[in-house]
Design a binder for this molecule. Structure first.
Ligand SMILES: *[C@@H]1O[C@H](CO)[C@@H](O)[C@H](O)[C@H]1NC(C)=O
Ligand SMILES: *[C@@H]1O[C@H](CO)[C@@H](O)[C@H](O)[C@H]1NC(C)=O
Length: 372
């Protein structure tokens, strides 16, 4: 009984039904569509003490602004690695975290965040900061050490999300710290998108999962699998509502469907970048099996690999990479964002990649399997 109650409460919390004043529900638009832009791997905050770090952060601001103005999405998903915390030596991580939202916030678009492996990493002191005597010079004033945050400590996931929610006076953030039993994974929650017509009838469920990394291993735990199963049973017992999944680090299933690195991407895969091997999670503890068993789950979207932007089928699921959006992080492939557009009736999913310069490519209509 208590267990049931906990599940109910977690579901209610995840849907923003209790606690803080609920923001306006997400809903399919009048034209029956709901469009999501995925901002992956922004990597804000690199080398703030040089010219190139701040310059590339401005580049990331520009990419997001260009995509938002061209696409006018209804929602934005920040797909992890918003900041390169191993390069942020000050309590500024929450400032960079907040900056990542500014183009979206200024356009009044709601968003959600999930964690990548860099967001809560501890600071790695650049070796050139150490004098020959082994003392760190000016970048970190000795008088303020170590409690000012000028230390090796990263900013915990919980602190980043809590700061995000606190600063969100406009009520645009839909992020949540997730149920306590899944900590240290934090970004585990569900958002529903309501039907264009029926007032309270959900027409799409978006599940966000924390795929780890940084302060703990890069995995989706068995506890998260059980959480997904209970949430989806509770919210969508007959599988009538289509479901989409978002996390940061590709599961090992991605390695099975991946076109050989550096080769041309050919059907049934669709994409333009295939410049590296998939860097998967450390283990697979049942999440893919749970997802593949649910016909209502249509696709998974991940970031993490900056040199990949394809979608490939896996059973009846579609496994997609986003597109490296930030000017931070490795790789100098042109920046862009994956856009995912759903139609409510009949349900369909289209996706494409919108580049910083305004061009689009890699259009795909997800094959949702007539047999499902
Ligand atoms: C950290 O934030 C403070 C206050 O906004 C700012 O003056 C400083 O330049 C920032 N430092 C870095 C490294 O970003
Ligand atoms: C935009 O950038 C892409 C590379 O991503 C390039 O192929 C294309 O030609 C560019 N288009 C324009 C209009 O500059």
């Amino acid at each position: 009984m208590r267990w049931c109650l906990a599940v109910l409460l977690a579901a209610a919390l995840a849907l923003g039904a209790v606690g803080m004043p609920s923001p306006a529900p997400l809903r399919f638009a009048q034209d029956g569509r709901f469009k999501v832009a995925l901002f992956a791997d922004l990597h804000y905050g690199e080398n703030a003490w040089t010219d190139w770090g701040p310059a590339q952060d401005e580049g990331s601001d520009r990419v997001m602004a260009a995509v938002l103005d061209a696409e006018k999405p209804d929602f934005v998903v920040y797909l992890g690695d918003l900041v390169t915390a191993n390069n942020v030596p000050i309590p500024n991580a929450t400032l960079y975290w907040d900056r990542a939202f500014s183009p979206t916030r200024s356009r009044g678009i709601p968003w959600a965040t999930i964690f990548g492996n860099h967001d809560d990493m501890p600071f790695e002191w650049p070796s050139e900061w150490f004098s020959p005597a082994g003392v760190p010079p000016v970048h970190c004033p000795p008088s303020t050490m170590p409690s000012s945050g000028c230390s090796f400590r990263g900013t915990p996931r919980m602190e980043l999300t809590t700061a995000e929610i606190h600063r969100d006076v406009a009520g645009l953030s839909r992020s949540s710290v997730g149920p306590q039993e899944l900590w240290p994974g934090v970004s585990n929650y569900v958002l529903q998108v309501l039907s264009q017509e029926e007032r309270e009838d959900p027409a799409l469920l978006m599940y966000f999962l924390d795929s780890g990394g940084g302060s703990y291993p890069e995995v989706i735990s068995g506890a998260q699998v059980r959480w997904f199963q209970s949430q989806s049973q509770f919210l969508n017992p007959d599988g009538r509502i289509p479901e989409l999944i978002f996390w940061h680090i590709p599961s090992t299933a991605y390695t099975k469907v991946a076109p050989k690195a550096m080769s041309k991407i050919s059907r049934p895969c669709v994409g333009s970048l295939n410049m590296e091997d998939v860097a998967p999670q450390e283990a697979e503890w049942g999440m893919m099996n749970a997802l593949a068993k649910r016909p209502s789950v249509k696709a998974i979207f991940v970031g993490h690999n900056h040199g990949l932007d394809w979608c490939c089928p896996y059973d009846e699921l579609c496994l997609c990479f986003a597109r490296h959006t930030g000017h931070g992080g490795y790789g100098d492939w042109p920046r862009g964002a994956r856009v995912v557009e759903m139609s409510e009736k009949p349900f369909s999913v289209k996706s494409w990649i919108r580049m910083e310069n305004g061009s689009t490519h890699s259009h795909i209509v997800l094959d949702l399997g007539t047999s499902r």
